[in-house]
Ligand binder design. Structure first.
Ligand SMILES: NC(=O)c1ccc[n+]([C@@H]2O[C@H](COP(=O)([O-])OP(=O)(O)OC[C@H]3O[C@@H](n4cnc5c(N)ncnc54)[C@H](O)[C@@H]3O)[C@@H](O)[C@H]2O)c1
Ligand SMILES: O=C(O)C(=O)C[C@@H](O)[C@H](O)[C@H](O)COP(=O)(O)O
Ligand SMILES: [Zn+2]
Length: 376
């Protein structure tokens, strides 16, 4: 790990009035965490939550850095994987925070991927009706997406993220060095959310990714650039529509289908992880848009070709094991948080980088489409 004096290479500000915060991006930020936190927060007690893959690598250097800056910290290590985003694991996180007597001005720290970030953020949002919260995202997905914007929560058998609160972090420290130990599969899954920003409204970023994805996977300047562009894109949307009254729903591109597939595979990370569901969902969203005569089928082919080139699954048939029938997928889609008065909302597109929020999408059209894509 690089020395704690290393400054962040990039900084993105999330502008939310008196709840604004910085996202620092670059190598060496875990070793520098104590100083960065102590210079921003008054509290000197922290509870750090991590998982069994991340903790053996990065918990000790984080705890050392906190200690060096006069911060007293306890830690809790949870099992890795999507199933940890559950009531079962929420309880020990809340109890650890309370047991450590973390006051509102102290902080709860998430050290891990999106699972740890979402679960810990939820606990921080409800303990003492809201405690300070710091995100130290260690997966690509968490660095470009889940650590930013304050959506926190857990899953239900009824659907993804159905139980949670909005609770913004006070600081995000994205140490890009730690991505070197991420598995190739998890790196690819995070890349799906990077590509998402291009597909929403940044066609030039999508072009750039098509040309530079190998460099992003290899590390170095291109990777940091992709993370910074992604964080800036998300920060802009969150600042404009924090609570998803409109624009923010665009960040859900590919997620209505993707979340239904995650629920259908019972959050079994061996079969499907979130970013993979998003990749398949984004191809489906482009194909469905073409079927509705909104976009050219060439765009769907282009999106699929790129996601396939990086090694992501792009079809429901790519998911190992059996999927339930289309009618069951529709039940999960009907539980989506974007449903209003029983009417489905989807993020559709007029082409690469031209996504839009479509409410009142006929369920019969979606069912017919899913039956075509997933014949039983
Ligand atoms: N809140 C939001 O806005 C938001 C946005 C996108 C996704 N999400 C949520 O995030 C979750 C997915 O996040 P994820 O893809 O990070 O999954 P994850 O947290 O399960 O992490 C992926 C895997 O990589 C391991 N890992 C993480 N960092 C590592 C590192 N540096 N070295 C080695 N192993 C490492 C983890 O232990 C885990 O096994 C989903 O639950 C999804 O719903 C939330
Ligand atoms: O931050 C957002 O807003 C997003 O939609 C980002 C998504 O990538 C993320 O997976 C989010 O958790 C999905 O939110 P949900 O409200 O559909 O559960
Ligand atoms: Zn997502």
């Amino acid at each position: 790990m690089t020395n704690h004096a290393t400054p962040a290479e990039r900084k993105v500000r999330v502008n939310l009035g008196d709840r604004s915060y910085d996202i620092l991006i670059g190598p060496g930020l875990i070793a520098a965490a104590g100083g960065e936190i102590a210079s921003r927060l008054k509290g000197r007690r922290m509870a750090v939550i991590s998982d069994e893959n991340v903790a053996p690598r990065y918990l000790e250097p984080l705890m050392a850095s906190l200690k060096e800056s006069g911060i007293e910290a306890v830690s809790l290590v949870l099992p890795a994987g999507e199933k940890t985003k559950s009531f079962e694991h929420l309880i020990p996180v809340c109890e650890a925070i309370l047991g450590a007597r973390i006051e509102r001005n102290d902080a709860v720290v998430a050290l891990g991927g999106g699972v740890i970030g979402d679960l810990t953020g939820f606990a921080a949002g409800i303990v003492r009706r809201g405690s300070r919260f710091i995100q130290i995202p260690t997966s690509l997905l968490a660095q470009v997406d889940s650590s930013v914007g304050g959506k926190t929560g857990i899953n239900s058998p009824h659907g993804k993220n159905l139980i949670g609160v909005f609770h913004q972090p006070d600081l995000v420290l994205a140490d890009t060095e730690v991505l070197d130990t991420l598995s190739p599969r998890e790196f690819r899954a995070g890349y799906a959310e990077v590509a998402k920003y291009g597909l929403i409204d940044k066609p030039e970023f999508f072009d750039w990714l098509e040309r530079n994805w190998q460099a992003v996977f290899a590390g170095g300047a291109a990777r940091i650039e992709a993370i910074a562009v992604s964080c800036q894109a998300k920060a802009d949307v969150v600042a404009a529509d924090e609570r998803e009254n409109g624009l923010r729903a665009l960040l859900n591109l590919g997620h209505t289908f993707g979340h239904a597939l995650e629920a259908a595979t019972e959050y079994d990370s061996r079969r499907l992880v979130h970013g993979e569901g998003v990749a398949i969902g984004m191809v489906l969203a482009h194909e469905f848009s073409a079927r509705m005569n909104l976009a050219s089928p060439d765009d769907a082919r282009r999106v699929e070709a790129h996601l396939k080139a990086v090694g992501l699954p792009t079809r429901m048939a790519d998911i190992p094991g059996d999927l339930p029938p289309a009618e069951r997928l529709m039940e999960a889609i009907g539980q989506d948080k974007k449903v209003k008065g029983g009417r489905l909302t989807f993020i559709l597109t007029r082409g690469v980088g031209q996504s839009f929020v479509a409410d009142d999408v006929p369920a019969s059209e979606v069912l017919g489409f899913l039956k075509e894509k997933h014949p039983q």
